[in-house]
Design a protein around this ligand. Structure first.
Ligand code: ADP
Length: 635
């Protein structure tokens, strides 16, 4: 009798521990994860089994003389709770060892739930007999046999599950299962020797539940682990950003150093030839700087998922021919023959992002020119046409320095430049191929490199585009009549930065205009209010106190204001042009100002004559001549 009081007290302590654990666990906010949910059920069934175990312990006291049916019911409820607790532990072990890696683990859970229900059903219908005595109570019967067999099978499943994850066999997450095996063996052996001492089971299960709370897979640790992962990721991203910034500042410093150095030496130089040569180097370094800034803009846009594919109709061959022409000055004095080979069946008009196709080819063609000293560079375009679809194969082959086989994969990494020592004299950022590869992938294509170190390289791009037409369509082009005289027109440049004003005025000088400058939107408004009229205003946007856009809004609200205002801004992100046009600017010029763009803007907005339709001088050519597949008759 004293034994029983002692064991019941032990179970009461176990129940108190279990309830405390529940209070701690459920008082915290949890994420809905399998581990959390299993642990919550695990706790509840542990509390229930301990509680029903205590009730059973009390009921079997001989002095109460409880009838057999009540004892049997209490026993079955107790065994059911214990069985559920053990099944949850089985599922938890299977989940952390192998199910977690499988996508359909939820499906498995529903099957497992059915198995548990069947087991409970069998447990409930099989007979059991509870015999009580002064030294304790003892249950016997098929129900109990089934219970122990099921539990034993569960142990075996746990054991096999852990073996499937053998490399993590020492992981803390399996500690509760090891403890279960040890304590299970311990309590079963005790019970075999002293059949009436079955009150040890619940304290053992509570101990396992407690240990589980403190192991690696317990919910608290899990949250901390997740926070650590998030922290690691944030730190990694931060490090990548710092590396990017330090790389960037290094890349920017190089051309900047050349610009500052040559400019200073020009100030002290009297020899005109030397000044011209320095100026040439400054232009080259500036273009390089611009390339870096554009590259950084492109790569950050791609990485932020902001790069968009803008699909329009375009003439691929016209684009590529223009591009090839641009390469000639880049080749300069080098003994290089630049060849093009365009297949005759390339559709005339394609539908897709022509600008990006051009950027891709431009990048690999520029590299071929950069890294080839002599020989041949060949741009070849072939295609396979299938219905509406055109599969383009664009390749650029050179007889340049080539790439070492082990370095081929790294050339597509950001800021990766091979043989820096040999590269020092060649401008470059190490961003070109990284951008090219991302652009090709964005368009659903691929890029392949073949190279022989010391002999040459071949870059091949595969892209799919839609065929729109094999004959020519009227192109929408902006025309301006360069013959119109625009000299003496009055142009006002508004910019808060003195250097920018100076640069703009210097670039406008060759057009013999009357140029006026002012340093703020207020000053510009004042001039207009004084009645001074201009033929064109070039307006910076980012100015303190009153932006260019605000100034424009105030200007256009004036009744007689008709002067066209062009946005002049360093804000060169995609979509900006459209934004400025929608604000009311008539055009957009990005800083640094491109000479040809400036010329276009001036002629387009300063020549007053309406564009007169051109008289047709020639008879239209027969339709079939536009068919690129058909040879001309007199050839
Ligand atoms: P970069 O601005 O340095 O040209 P890229 O990303 O375009 O950067 O190219 C990365 C590196 O790949 C280059 O620095 C160069 O070493 C190598 N590379 C690219 N194209 C060629 C080529 N046609 N021949 C030899 N090496 C090349």
């Amino acid at each position: 009798m004293n034994y029983m009081v002692g064991f019941i007290s032990l179970n009461v302590y176990a129940l108190i521990v279990c309830l405390l654990l529940m209070t701690i666990f459920f008082s915290k906010k949890r994420q809905r994860q399998v581990e959390d949910q299993s642990y919550a059920h695990f706790l509840v069934f542990n509390a229930l089994s301990t509680f029903t175990g205590i009730i059973l312990g009390v009921l079997v006291t001989p002095s109460l003389d409880t009838n057999q049916l009540a004892l049997q019911i209490a026993n079955k409820v107790y065994l059911t709770c214990l069985l559920c607790w053990s099944c949850i532990l089985n599922y938890y072990t299977m989940y952390v060892s192998f199910l977690k890696k499988k996508k359909d683990h939820r499906k498995f859970l529903s099957i497992y739930k059915n198995i548990i229900l069947i087991a409970i059903f069998i447990l409930l219908i099989l007979p059991v007999k509870v015999v009580s005595s002064n030294s304790g109570a003892q249950a016997e019967g098929l129900s109990l046999l089934f219970f122990y067999t099921f539990l034993g099978t569960g142990f075996l499943v746990d054991f096999i599950s852990i073996l499937t994850d053998f490399k993590n066999i020492r992981s803390k997450k399996y500690l509760p299962i090891y403890l279960l095996l040890v304590l299970g063996l311990f309590s079963v052996s005790i019970q075999l020797v002293f059949p009436s001492l079955n009150y040890l089971i619940n304290p053992c299960t509570v101990l396992i539940t407690l240990v589980m709370y403190f192991t690696i897979e317990n919910p608290d640790i899990k949250i901390i682990e997740q926070l650590n992962i998030a922290k690691d990721q944030a730190e990694k991203a931060n490090r990548a950003k710092s590396d990017f910034l330090s790389n960037m500042s290094h890349e920017i410093r190089t051309p900047l150093n050349a610009i500052v150095g040559f400019s200073e030496s020009m100030l002290e130089e009297n020899d005109l030839e030397q000044i011209k040569s320095d100026a040439k180097d400054i232009v080259m370094a500036s273009n390089n700087l611009l390339e870096i800034v554009n590259g950084i803009l492109d790569i950050s846009k791609i990485e932020a998922d902001k790069m968009e594919i803008v699909e329009t109709e375009y003439d691929l061959l016209e684009n590529l021919t223009g591009l090839t022409k641009l390469m000639i000055p880049r080749i300069g004095e080098k003994p290089i023959e630049l060849r093009t080979k365009f297949a005759p069946d390339i559709p005339h008009i394609l539908y897709g992002d022509g600008g990006k196709v051009k950027q891709i080819v431009s990048n690999i063609l520029t590299n071929a020119v950069k890294y080839t000293e002599k020989g041949i560079i060949e741009l070849e375009v072939n295609c396979v046409n299938d219905g509406n679809e055109c599969r383009l194969v664009i390749s650029v082959e050179d007889t340049g320095r080539g790439i070492q086989p082990e370095k081929i994969d790294s050339i597509f990494n950001k800021f990766e430049r091979l043989e820096e020592d040999r590269n020092t004299t060649l401008e470059g950022t190490g961003l070109g191929l990284a951008i090219t590869k991302r652009l090709v992938e964005m368009m659903g294509g691929k890029i392949v490199v073949q190279s022989k170190y010391g002999a040459g390289s071949k870059f091949t791009v595969y892209l799919k585009q839609e065929i729109r037409s094999v004959s020519s369509v009227p192109k929408k082009e902006v025309h301006y009549e360069k013959m119109t005289d625009i000299s003496n027109k009055r142009v006002l440049v508004v910019d808060d930065n003195k250097i920018n004003l100076k640069v703009a005025s210097r670039m406008l000088q060759p057009f013999h205009l009357q140029i006026e400058e002012c340093e703020s939107g207020f000053e510009c408004l004042e001039k207009i209010e004084q009645g001074i009229s201009y033929d064109l205003i070039l307006m910076d946007d980012m100015m303190p106190k009153m932006s260019g856009t605000e100034t424009l809004h105030q200007l256009t609200s004036k009744p007689n204001f008709k002067t066209p205002v062009v946005a002049l801004t360093a804000n060169a992100i995609e979509g900006m042009k459209e934004k400025y046009l929608s604000e009311g600017f008539v055009d957009y010029l990005a800083k640094p100002i491109d000479k040809l763009e400036l010329e276009r803007v001036l002629y387009q907005h300063l020549s007053q004559e309406e564009e007169t339709p051109r008289e047709e001088i020639f008879e239209p050519l027969p339709e079939d001549l536009y068919d690129i597949n058909k040879p001309l008759k007199d050839e």
